[in-house]
Design a protein around this ligand. Sequence first.
Ligand code: ATP
Ligand code: RIB
Length: 294
Amino acid sequence: MITVVGSINMDLVVQTDLFPKQGETVLGQLFTTVPGGKGANQAVATARLGGNVHMVANVGNDGFGEELIENLIVNSVDVSGVTESTEVASGIANILLSDGDNRIIVVPGANYELTPACIDEMKETIKKSRLVLLQLEIPIPTIKHTLEICAELNVPVLLNPAPAGGFQKEFMTYLTYLTPNETECEQLFGLDMEAALESYPNQLIVTLGSAGARYFDGKKHIIVEGFKTEVVDTTGAGDTFNGAFAYAIVEGFELTEAVKFANAAASLSVEKFGAQGGMPARADVELRLVSERR
Ligand code: ATP
Ligand code: RIB
C-alpha cells in the first residue's frame, strides 16, 4: 500500500492562443475545471496503474471539495484520510495553457489546513504503508512531521520537491528518493546537476522533460531516455512520473526499470488534456514499453 500525503486542487484551466503580457487582456478559447493538485494527481496516477493508494489531505466544505473527493473515489483511491475544513475553501490552481506550455498559480486554501496533528491521526495507515509519497503543496511543518513519523515507523519516503520553495537540505537524511525536475534540482542544491547527482547516489532522480530522467548509481551516471510522443498538455507529467515510479518501486522493480516505467507512463499522460486525463493503466504502459523495444 502507498500513502500519499499531499494537496488536492480544482484546476481552473484556460486554453489560450496567447499568454497575456503585463497589463494586457486577451481573449481565450476554452475554460474547463478538472481535478488536480500534486498529491491527488500522484495518488490517481498510482491507482490507475493498479496500486493500492490511501490519500491524506484536506479540502474545503464546498462544491469543489465534494467533486474532488468523488473523483478520488471513482479512481479507487481510499479517502478515509481526507478531511474537510469548514472555514477555508478548497485549493485551486489557475492554469493558463497555450501551445502545450503552461503557467500556473496555486491558491492552497484548505491544503494549508493539513496540520501535523492530522498526520498523527493517520499513524496506523502510515505504519502499514510500503512507501509514503510527498510533494510540497502542504505546510512545511506537516512535511517535517510526516518525515519524522516515517523515520520512527521505518517507512520509506519519496519526496517530489514541487513547488521547490519550502525544501530544506536536511530532508535528504529522511528520504529514500527525491525527484526534482532540472530547474528544481539547481534551485534546491545550488550545484550543477551532475554534482548534485553525485552527492546523492541512487537517491536523487532528476526528471528531464521529454529527455526522460537520470540518476547517479555511485559509479556512473545513468540516463534513462524518455519516449517520443505527441504532446497535448504536459500538466501532470511530473505527477504521473512520480505516481508510476512509486508504484514500480513498491512492485519491486529495480531502479532503472522503475524510472523507465515512470517515463513510459508520463509520456502517455502528456497525450491528453488535464493533469489526470491521460494517466494510463498498467497495460497501456506495458504496450508503450514493448513498442519502444521494436
Ligand atoms: P510538469 O510540471 O510538466 O508536470 P515536471 O517539470 O515536474 O513536469 P518534467 O521533467 O518536465 O517534470 O517531466 C516529468 C516526466 O514526464 C519526464 O521525466 C518524462 O518521463 C515525461 N515527459 C515530460 N514531457 C514529456 C514529453 N514532451 N514527451 C515525453 N515524455 C515527457
Ligand atoms: O502538477 C500539476 C498540478 O500542479 C496541477 O494539477 C495543479 O493543481 C498544481 O498543483
